[in-house]
Design a protein. Sequence first.
Length: 155
Amino acid sequence: MSILLTLHVVTAILLMGAVMYATSAFPNAAVRAANGDAGSEGIARATHRVSELYGYISLLVPLLGVTILFTHWSTYSDQYQFHAAILLAAVAWILLLGVIVPKQKKMVGALGLLAPGEEEPEDRGADTTKLKKQLSMFSGIFNLLWVITLVLMFV
């Protein structure tokens, strides 16, 4: 197993597991925080930070995957499941960084849990019930894309 492949697998395990958990745990924690559960405020804040920070750092996973694909093109050029997996990973990251993280930030802002300077005034009146439903749906889609990507890597 090459060093690149090892790095790809290790970063996928370490980073994607955390992001998948955080995106799944956030909606319920945020709703509990909205209902006055002080312990859930910290969980909502932390899972949002993990989703955002690990989301950006986990871009290493597809970058390593694409690097492996092109450095071993003769091996992987006709194995289309890897091409599909990279495409699904790209869609998942667009969903995470373009939809999930901004909606999480809006919900955390609506709860008044953002640090000063990060808050957007229009977030204060956001409908947390609607955001919870949207985040649950998009997080489920994000996680499903990753499960499909994982299956494609081992087909």
